[in-house]
Design a binder for this molecule. Structure first.
Ligand code: OAD
Length: 251
């Protein structure tokens, strides 16, 4: 394994990206950390250090107390609405211009990649700003009337829920298929800002590696994936990714 650390981007990695046909990028909460959006599992600041996912991010929790779940998701929406994409998000937009094809898979629900300008983002865990009818499953856009702190479906009157994937729920089939195709086809796979603990996203790097891709991790810390990476770039994505892009296209 080759490490980047503070010494810059390894030349062999720059060459591999320069000659790649298809790069696949998986991002996690760490990519948005420098925008002020909390991660999940970091000991002091992660959301799951302060809140119990079982009472906030499961279908059962929503059935039990939908108003509580909505208060928490409205709070998260406010944080994200005030956040701006950071240099890591912007560097991924630039990277997509520098390789023949780039697939961007994100576990993040904050929409910051899209706000930075990334296109065709594969949202593995849904989107915080989408509402779905709990009864019919349909996506509901626009303002919805609330009863007792819970927005209601304008068609059937049922509870609306945030359009995110909760624990115990399946990944949207289109996202799953698109991610599987990208992992099979790519020749370089980046795992950026994720603890690589939540499945099935955590298995994508291994799938890409099994199909012949080199695997690169960008993270200040060790993760479950670190031991199986070809390159490990230790540092914040808001610093490392612009540096990588600058190596590819100095400017
Ligand atoms: P985690 O909170 O588990 O991991 C965040 C990772 O980002 C950690 O490995 C940090 O070391 C790293 N990190 C922190 N700051 C960083 C920075 N500036 N640059 C790069 N990396 C940084 O978040 P995820 O792996 O995204 O799922 O969590 C996966 C899923 O678990 C989430 O999508 C969410 C959560 O439960 C659902 O809600 C379904």
């Amino acid at each position: 394994m080759r490490g980047g650390g503070d010494v810059g981007i390894p030349a062999a990695l720059v060459e591999a990206v320069r000659h790649c046909r298809h790069a696949c990028v998986l991002t996690g909460a760490g990519v948005s950390a420098e925008s002020g959006v909390p991660t999940f599992r970091e000991a002091a600041t992660g959301l799951w250090a302060k809140y119990d996912p079982l009472t906030l991010a499961t279908p059962e929790a929503f059935l039990e107390d939908p108003a509580l779940v909505w208060r928490w998701y409205n709070w998260r929406r406010e944080i994200v609405a005030e956040a701006e994409p950071n240099p890591g998000h912007h560097a991924l937009v630039r990277l997509a211009e520098l390789v023949p094809r780039l697939s961007l898979i994100t576990q993040n629900v904050d929409g910051l990649h899209q706000r930075a300008g990334s296109r065709d983002v594969i949202e593995f865990h849904g989107n915080l700003f989408v509402n779905r009818c709990q009864v019919e499953g349909a996506v509901v856009t626009g303002h919805a009337a609330e009863i007792d702190g819970v927005p209601r479906c304008p068609t059937c009157g049922g509870h609306l829920r945030p359009g995110v994937v909760w624990f115990g729920e399946a990944i949207p089939a289109r996202a799953l298929d698109a991610a599987a195709e990208a992992c099979e086809a790519c020749d370089v796979f980046f795992s950026i800002g994720t603890s690589a603990l939540v499945w099935p996203a955590a298995g994508l790097a291994a799938a890409a590696k099994a199909s012949g891709a080199i695997v690169v991790e960008v993270n200040p810390d060790e993760t479950e994936l670190s031991g199986n990476c070809d390159f490990r770039l230790r540092g914040k994505s808001g610093r490392i990714l612009p540096e990588l892009v600058n190596c590819l296209a100095p400017g």
